[in-house]
Design a binder for this molecule. Structure first.
Ligand code: IPM
Ligand code: MN
Length: 346
C-alpha cells in the first residue's frame, strides 16, 4: 500500500528516546510516494498514575484503525509489578491476537558476543504469543497462610498450537537452510508437550523439504551457548520463548540490538513491533540507549507490511553502522539514529 498509518507508543523510560530514532529512520527510508501518518499514544506509567488506566476498550478501538503499532517500552519502578505487563502489553497481545511473537537473532560482523570466537548465529524464534502460562489461568487459595497454594495453568489449544507451528514451518521453508527445531519439555510436560509434538509431526508431513529437530528447553539453553549455529528457525511456547529469546539476545549482540514483532498474520488486527529490551529507567533521558533494536523492529514492521526492500536497507544500515562503531566509544542515541537515517537514505 502507498500509505502507512502508524500508531506510535513511546511509553516509559528509554522508550521515548529509541522510538524517536526509529521514526527518524523510518521517514528517511520510505519512498517519496508512501505517505507516512503517525499518531502518538501516551500509554505507560504516566497515564496510569494520572488516570489509573492502562489500556481501555476505547484505546483498543483507536489502535485497531492503524496499519501497525510501534512500541518503545512500557514499565516503571513506580508501578507495581504486573500492572502494566498484564494491563497493557499482554492485554494488547491478547486483544489483537498476536500469536506469532517473532524474535530474530543474528550476530552481525564486528558485534561483541560473550561466546568464544565469532560463531555463526542467524536464527529466528517463533514464540507463541497468546497461550501457555500467560493466559492468567490460575489462582491462589489459603493466601498468606503456610498452606497457600498457587496455580498458574498453561493453556495449550490444538488450534493455537497448530497455527503457530504452521507459521514456523512456512518461515523455515522460506529460508535457505530450511530447518525447524521444536523446543519444549515433553519429557515432563506430558500433556502440553505431547500436543505440541503431535501437531509438529503432523504439519511436518506437509513440508518434506524442511529438516526437523526436537530439543528439550533445558538442553536448548546449552546449545544456544555451545552450538548456536545449529539453529535456523525455532518454534516454542510462550514462556519458553520468553526465556530463550533473552538468552538468544545475550549471545547475539545484547538487548541493544534485539528486535521483535507481535504478529497477527491474518491482518485482522494490526501487528505490534517493539525492541525486546525494557524501559531501562536507570539510563533514561541520558541519550545512552542504543536505538538499533527499535530501528530493527521498524524493519520487521516494514517487512510485515510488504516493504521488503526498505526493510533490507534498514538491516544493511544497522549492520554497517555496528561494524563501523565496533571498538569505538559509543555514540549517543540520536547520533546513532542520525547515522542510520543517512545510510538508509543514501
Ligand atoms: C517480553 C517481556 C514480556 C513477556 C513481559 C514484560 C510481559 O518479557 O516481551 O519478552 O514476558 O512477554
Ligand atoms: Mn521477555
Amino acid at each position: 500500500s502507498r500509505s502507512l498509518n502508524l500508531a506510535v507508543i513511546p511509553g516509559d523510560g528509554i522508550g521515548q528516546e529509541v522510538v524517536a530514532e526509529g521514526l527518524k529512520v523510518l521517514s528517511a527510508v520510505l519512498p517519496q510516494d508512501v505517505k507516512l501518518e503517525t499518531k502518538e499514544y501516551d500509554f505507560g506509567a504516566r497515564r496510569y498514575h494520572a488516570t489509573g488506566e492502562t489500556l481501555t476498550d476505547a484505546d483498543l478501538d483507536a489502535l485497531k484503525r492503524h496499519d501497525a503499532i510501534l512500541l518503545g517500552a512500557i514499565g516503571d519502578p513506580s508501578v507495581p509489578s504486573g500492572v502494566l505487563e498484564r494491563g497493557f502489553l499482554l492485554k494488547l497481545r491478547f486483544a489483537f491476537d498476536h500469536h506469532v511473537n517473532l524474535r530474530p537473532s543474528k550476530l552481525l560482523p564486528g558485534v561483541a558476543t560473550p561466546l568464544a570466537g565469532q560463531p555463526e548465529i542467524d536464527f529466528v524464534v517463533v514464540r507463541e504469543g497468546t497461550e501457555g502460562p500467560y493466559t492468567g489461568n490460575g489462582g491462589t487459595i489459603r493466601k498468606g497462610t503456610e498452606h497457600e497454594v498457587a496455580t498458574e495453568v498453561s493453556v495449550n489449544t490444538a488450534f493455537g498450537v497448530e497455527r503457530v507451528v504452521r507459521d514456523a514451518f512456512a518461515r523455515a521453508q522460506a529460508r535457505p537452510r530450511k530447518k525447524l527445531t521444536l523446543v519444549h519439555k515433553n519429557n515432563v510436560l506430558t500433556f502440553a508437550g505431547h500436543l505440541w509434538t503431535n501437531v509438529f509431526h503432523k504439519v511436518a508431513a506437509e513440508y518434506p523439504e524442511v529438516t526437523t529437530d526436537y530439543i528439550h528447553v533445558d538442553a536448548a539453553t546449552i546449545y544456544l551457548v555451545t552450538q548456536p549455529e545449529r539453529f535456523d528457525v525455532i518454534v516454542t511456547d510462550n514462556l519458553f520463548g520468553d526465556i530463550i529469546t533473552d538468552l538468544a539476545a545475550a549471545v547475539s549482540g545484547g538487548i541493544g540490538v534485539a528486535a521483535s514483532g507481535n504478529i497477527n498474520p491474518s491482518g485482522a488486527f494490526p501487528s505490534m513491533f517493539e525492541p525486546v529490551h525494557g524501559s531501562a529507567p536507570d539510563i533514561a533521558g541520558q541519550g545512552k540507549a542504543d536505538p538499533s533494536a527499535t530501528v530493527l523492529s521498524v524493519a520487521l514492521l516494514l517487512r510485515h507490511l510488504g516493504h521488503e526492500a526498505e526493510a533490507a536497507r534498514i538491516e544493511d544500515a544497522v549492520s554497517a553502522d555496528l561494524a563501523e562503531r565496533g571498538g569505538l566509544p559509543a555514540r549517543s542515541t540520536s547520533e546513532i539514529g542520525d547515522a542510520l537515517a543517512v545510510r538508509v537514505a543514501g
